[in-house]
Design a binder for this molecule. Sequence first.
Ligand code: DAH
Length: 340
Amino acid sequence: MIEKIQALKEQIEALSASNAEELEALRIKYLSKKGEITALFNDFRNVPNEQKREIGQKLNELKTLATDKINAIREAFNANAVADVDIDLTRTSAPQEIGTRHPISLVRKEIIDIFSRLGFTIAEGPEVEDDWHVFSSLNFADDHPARDMQDTFFIQRNPADVLLRTHTSSVQSRIMEHTQPPIRIICPGRVYRNEAISARAHCFFHQVEALYVDKNVTFADLKQVLLYFAQEMFGPETKIRLRPSYFPFTEPSAEMDISCDLCGGKGCAFCKGTGWVEILGCGMVDPNVLEACGIDSKVYSGFALGMGIERITNLKYRVKDLRMFSENDVRFLEEFKSAH
Ligand code: DAH
């Protein structure tokens, strides 16, 4: 038995095969059920007991040797097989598609950058809000239509209202209730309204809110910030105009228009012949809001403004249909490659 093992060992050490079929034949010859090594294992029961230990060990070594050898030859074949494939290693690789930022993200970043140059820092608040932060603290009357289910998504009505915020103005009260002035924040975020989805309205969109509260903040400060923002965003030729308006949380309130950059203010279809397009709401923070949030309105004053990011994006990039922002159509997103 020992000589037989030795002889097989020498054979196996010298094994070689030039293709997969030859290799398979060798495997069958030595390791299959009827193979030579398997036959030795079958004979093992006839080995005298005192030799079993030594021979058993040698047999096992022989089997491992054969398995390793055959595997090694197979691996060498596989490696060569890859090398044999016709690859042109000098060819340049296929271009890697790099993703693009969503236009809303691009414009949000641009707005944030402009305000941070003026010292505003980012503040955030929850999208699922309570009535106090979205309405009551902001001086909304109890019968204000925004408190209606037709305008606002309520998650729970009783005992306390839980709702999806309809504007980022809610972040104002969240910040003011635990921070004393000076406060200079910008709050970007998603907001929700119970609207039928169309090209011009959506049930969710994005806003950026800005709030500045300190001693002696005046309407002149607001105007200067608005002009700076408009010219940074839309170009140095941009003019602004303020129209009186109403918001519960500001007094006085205004809406800001910028000169239409399509027609240069002469009047075109885009600005409906007026030469102006509306971009945001603003005003001096109503003293009731300051007081509701624990800020002394006799000492401090402030201004606030809020704008829709989709609206600004439409003005910059002329996106005609609001739904495109949330459709995730890669062709639409790819149009913004050069805007990075
Ligand atoms: N919250 C208003 C809206 O959703 C936008 C707005 C208007 C915010 C005037 C303000 C503001 O801070 O002063 O339509």
